[in-house]
Design a protein around this ligand. Structure first.
Ligand code: CA2
Length: 143
């Protein structure tokens, strides 16, 4: 099974700034971890990151058309992008929303996600390991 891991704006900066919030793993490290975990679980995992909303919407359409499960960290778009939510609601396979930080412990504007209502499940606050847990859940669900 193919799985898409999609990361939104500024997540390419992981490991370079704000280590107390986001840890010291870089985006390249994160991608490597996800691909390795996927391999162990029998998945072909592709990890993508973009700072362009339209590109992200296009990737979600691709996943919707192919029936591919998605692990999504929409980053700041999580909190306000109806375009992202509308694209997510077209997905036909599971959608796991992941946040590295616990958005509920942070500023008020981060507490609400417009994605959560159309996601299958949400993982927040467990660091980059949250992506690996999302992959494991996809594997468990298949059995
Ligand atoms: O906790 C998360 O995963 C977030 O989705 C990360 C977003 C933030 O806007 C959400 O509220 C929560 C921000 C990603 C920015 O990542 C950076 C990483 C290192 C340095 C600067 C930004």
């Amino acid at each position: 099974m193919n799985v898409l891991v999609l990361n939104g704006p500024n997540l390419n900066r992981l490991g370079t700034r704000e280590p107390l919030i986001y840890g010291s793993t870089t985006h390249a490290d994160l991608a490597e971890m996800c691909v390795a975990e996927g391999k162990a679980l029998g998945f072909a995992v592709e990890v993508r990151q973009t700072n362009h909303e339209g590109e992200m919407v296009g990737w979600l359409h691709e996943a919707a058309d192919a029936g591919t499960p998605v692990i999504l960290n929409g980053a700041a778009w999580t909190h306000y992008s109806i375009a992202l939510r509308d694209a997510c609601s077209q997905l036909t396979a599971p959608l796991v929303e992941v946040h590295i930080s616990n958005i509920h412990q942070r500023e008020e504007f981060r507490h609400h996600s417009v994605i959560s209502a159309v996601a299958t499940g949400v993982i927040a606050g467990l660091g980059v390991e949250g992506y690996l847990l999302a992959l494991r859940w996809l594997a468990l669900r298949q059995k």
